[in-house]
Design a protein around this ligand. Structure first.
Ligand code: SAH
Length: 347
C-alpha cells in the first residue's frame, strides 16, 4: 500500500499518472487528504477510481481511538490508532490565540529519561511524516463542528523528533504546501532532549520553527541523574548548538525545565541555571514535574516553583511557569497510552 498522506502535491500527481490517471487528479486528491477525507469521501473523483485507489493506497493512516475532554478547560486528549494497531497520544489545548495540538513523533521513545512515561518500554517505531500530518488532520475533523482548526503544533508528544529526523523534516515541509493545511511554521515548536548534531542540521533547514530544549538541569551532573542523553552531549555543547540556532534563524530558544523536589529545584540550581543562560536570547518554561506512577520522582510545591521563577527573573532570565492543562485527563506524555494498553492487557 502506498501512503499518500506524507507526499507532496507534486509527488501525488506523479503517482496518480503512473496509475494511468490524468495529472489534475493529483491536486484533487492532495486537497482532500489535507481536509482529512478518506477515498470514499472524495466526491469529485469517479466511483470506480475511488474503489481502485482504496486497493492501492492509504489516504488517512490515523484515526482517533479514544478521546477524553477535560470539563475544566476544554483540553482534549486523543489516543490515536495507526494502521498497524500501534497507538500514540495527542493533546489539544485551547488558548486565546488559537488551538494548539501536541503531536507524537515516535511510538514510544528510546531516550530513557527517568521522569517520562513515553520511554518506559523503549521505542517501538518511528512515525512517518504522513502519520504526523494525520494526527493534525484527525484533530481538525474533531474540531470541524466548532468551526475552528489547529493553528499551532508542538512536537512534544511521545518520541524524540530529532531521532526521527528525516520524517519530521518532511512533515514540516508538508505543512506549508500550497494546497495543504497551510500551517505557518512560525506556529510550530519542536522539542528535543538535545541531540546536538541534529540541532545543527535543523538550523540549516531554513524552517522557522521554534526550538525547545528539555534541559531540566543546570549542570551535567544533575542532568545525568535523569537523562541518559546527558552522557553523550554536555550542556555546554547543547548551549553552543542553541546559540548557532539563534544566530541562523533569528529565533529565541525555549528551555523546558521540569521541577522535581530534591533533584533540580533548589535555589542554588536556579542561580546556576541563570548563570549558564545569561546573555542568551532564550526563555525558560518551568513545569512542575508530573508524577508518573511508574517513576519514583516527585513533583513540587507551588511555593518552590514561585521561588525558582523569582530567582530566574531577578537575574534577568525571561521565564514563566507553564500552565498545566489536562491534568485531570492524563495529560502527561505517555500516560493515557499506557493506561489503555495495560487495561486491554487486563492489568
Ligand atoms: N523528546 C522530546 C519531546 C517529547 S517530551 C524532548 O525530550 O523534548 C515533551 C516534554 O515533556 C519534554 O520537555 C519532557 O522532558 C517533558 N516531560 C516528560 N515527562 C514529564 C513529566 N513527568 N513531567 C513533566 N514534564 C515531562
Amino acid at each position: 500500500m502506498t501512503e499518500l498522506t506524507g507526499m507532496t502535491c507534486g509527488e501525488i500527481t506523479a503517482w496518480i499518472r503512473e496509475q494511468g490517471y490524468p495529472a489534475f487528479r493529483g491536486k484533487q486528491i492532495f486537497r482532500w487528504i489535507h481536509q482529512g477525507a478518506d477515498f470514499s469521501e472524495m466526491t469529485n473523483l469517479p466511483e470506480t477510481m475511488r474503489e481502485k485507489l482504496k486497493q492501492e493506497a492509504v489516504a488517512q493512516p490515523v484515526r482517533i481511538r479514544l478521546e477524553r475532554k477535560s470539563p475544566l478547560d476544554g483540553t482534549v486528549k486523543f489516543l490515536y490508532e495507526l494502521l498497524d494497531g500501534n497507538c500514540v497520544e495527542g493533546v489539544l489545548m485551547r488558548y486565546k490565540y488559537g488551538v494548539s495540538l501536541c503531536i507524537s513523533t515516535q511510538v514510544g521513545c528510546r531516550m530513557g529519561c527517568r521522569f517520562c512515561a513515553s520511554t518506559l518500554e523503549g521505542r517501538v517505531r518511528d512515525l512517518t511524516s504522513g502519520e504526523m500530518l494525520g494526527e493534525i488532520l484527525c484533530a481538525n475533523r474533531y474540531l470541524a463542528s466548532e468551526n475552528v482548526r489547529v493553528s499551532h503544533v508542538v512536537l512534544m508528544g511521545s518520541g524524540e523528533p530529532l531521532d526521527n529526523y528525516d520524517h519530521v523534516i518532511r512533515f514540516l515541509r508538508l505543512l506549508k504546501e500550497e494546497d495543504g493545511i497551510r500551517l505557518s511554521l512560525r506556529n510550530v515548536s519542536l522539542s528535543t532532549c538535545g541531540i546536538v548534531p541534529k540541532m545543527y542540521a535543523l538550523a540549516d533547514e531554513n524552517l522557522p520553527v521554534t526550538l525547545c530544549v528539555s534541559l531540566h538541569a543546570p549542570n551535567d551532573e544533575i542532568r545525568r541523574e535523569t537523562m541518559p542523553i546527558a552522557y553523550t552531549w554536555s550542556i555546554r555543547e547543547i548551549l553552543d548548538a542553541c546559540r548557532n540556532y539563534i544566530r541562523k534563524t533569528g529565533r529565541r530558544v525555549i528551555f523546558e525545565y521540569a521541577l522535581s523536589d530534591g533533584v533540580n529545584a533548589g535555589e542554588e540550581q536556579a542561580r546556576e541555571l541563570a548563570s549558564i543562560l545569561r546573555g542568551m536570547q532564550c526563555h525558560v518554561n518551568l513545569i512542575p514535574l508530573n508524577t508518573v506512577e511508574e517513576r519514583n520522582m516527585k513533583g513540587i510545591t507551588e511555593d518552590k516553583v514561585r521561588r525558582f521563577l523569582q530567582i530566574l527573573q531577578e537575574n534577568n532570565i525571561s521565564a514563566t511557569r507553564r500552565r498545566e492543562m489536562g491534568d485531570d485527563i492524563e495529560g502527561a506524555c505517555g500516560q493515557l497510552r499506557r493506561k489503555t494498553i495495560n487495561s486491554s492487557k487486563g492489568e
